[in-house]
Design a protein around this ligand. Sequence first.
Ligand SMILES: *Cc1c(COP(=O)(O)O)cnc(C)c1O
Length: 463
Amino acid sequence: MENRILYYSTNRNLDNISGIVPFKGKVTFREALLQGQAPDEGLYMPDRIPRISCEDVILLKDKPYAEAAMLVTGAFLDSEIDAGILRKIIEDSYPFTIPLQKVFDSKYIMRLDRGPTASFKDFAARMMARLMGHFRDRDKRLNVLVATSGDTGSAVGDAFKGVEGVDVNILYPRDEVSERQKRQLDTIGGNVRSLSIDGKFDDCQDLVKQAFSDPSLEYLNFTSANSINFGRILPQMVYYFYAYAQLCRKEEGIVVSVPSGNFGNALGCEYARRMGLPVKRLIMPTNENDEFPRFLKKGVYERLSPSLACLSNAMNVGHPSNLARFFELYGGTVDRTGKVRIYPDIEAIRKNIYSVSISDEETKKCIKKTYERYGVILEPHGAVGWRGLEVYLEQCGDFPLCVSLETAHPAKFPDEIVELLGITPEVPDSMKGIDERKGKPLELPADYKIFKEYLTDNLKPEV
Ligand SMILES: *Cc1c(COP(=O)(O)O)cnc(C)c1O
């Protein structure tokens, strides 16, 4: 299999830096998926990006989403997994619709909010969970630990529900999660357990990190499911191809706007372009956490610390974890702490990517205006995306085909929508009855000794 794609670490060239032992090897997709992160704490990158021909993309028109997913993920996985098994994983992952809603002319909103937890994270989490279920060691149980401040935990928890041989423990900060989010996390049940921690998000993350690096717990075969896992990036390449195939009329380019936090979603689009999709410009609007648009303007990168609390709360990120992958693709290196070791080719980035910071004030205005003018309901994340597209169009002139992503369902933000639009957004089927569902988390203090006791008493290493 000389054509097999292997995965290397973004930190592989960081010699002579204290605290880092660069990992110079390459691993298979399976290893990258099950490890999550490289041993040097870098992120795994594919050593080759497969190409997809324009004819193959056009053939996806009017086909089910699963066909697009087969074509795109199959290009990475064809020497890793049997095509029949991959198809089953994909069909199992995507039993929901992906509406492409026309706003005006050839400007569209792609709604990625129809999955079981009503955020776009369902796309990546569901496929990654099933891939892990497939690739895990048959004689060992895989124990997933996730720290969450909201959306990620419910998407990951729901995605692993019923996946054989995998158990999931989700840690969340008791007082930092909304009632509806709590209910979403506490009522998954089965192989998914929620732990309500008396502490902050950082405490939850610390508990998970300590468990991962505790040699006496190695027998529990831990893995993480956070957004740096390449297994979560791969499924996020698919919907860009899908949208293009459904909407393009002739050979034309597309402008895509992706509301961005940790940059995993936008990275999917960057890869899609490198695979051959004619993306003329990738727009990556942020909320008031503006470290990236400032970098594009000034050419100097400075992380924001602490990050700012904005309306689009899933994008409150002061140093995006996937920035390391963007830098790598453009010849640079930035480490986990946000320190730039090698600057990337900024002119090349500016040519392909546009970014702008959208304030909470502009976000609210956009929600109101888009509803009044077009009858389109956006929630805060999608509004950052749409407003970013508008700013781009005002500055750079019109462009034939544009798609802006809506990454969460408006019903997840009922208070903002009622306040701004005076209407209550309709709750999608997946969220119906959530306020009546019953479930009880295990309550734990933010104390590693007690957490470890819980793990050793309750988690199993064997199937
Ligand atoms: C996670 C999330 C984002 C940000 O996506 P990234 O891949 O981290 O850039 C945007 N919107 C919603 C609703 C999210 O949950």
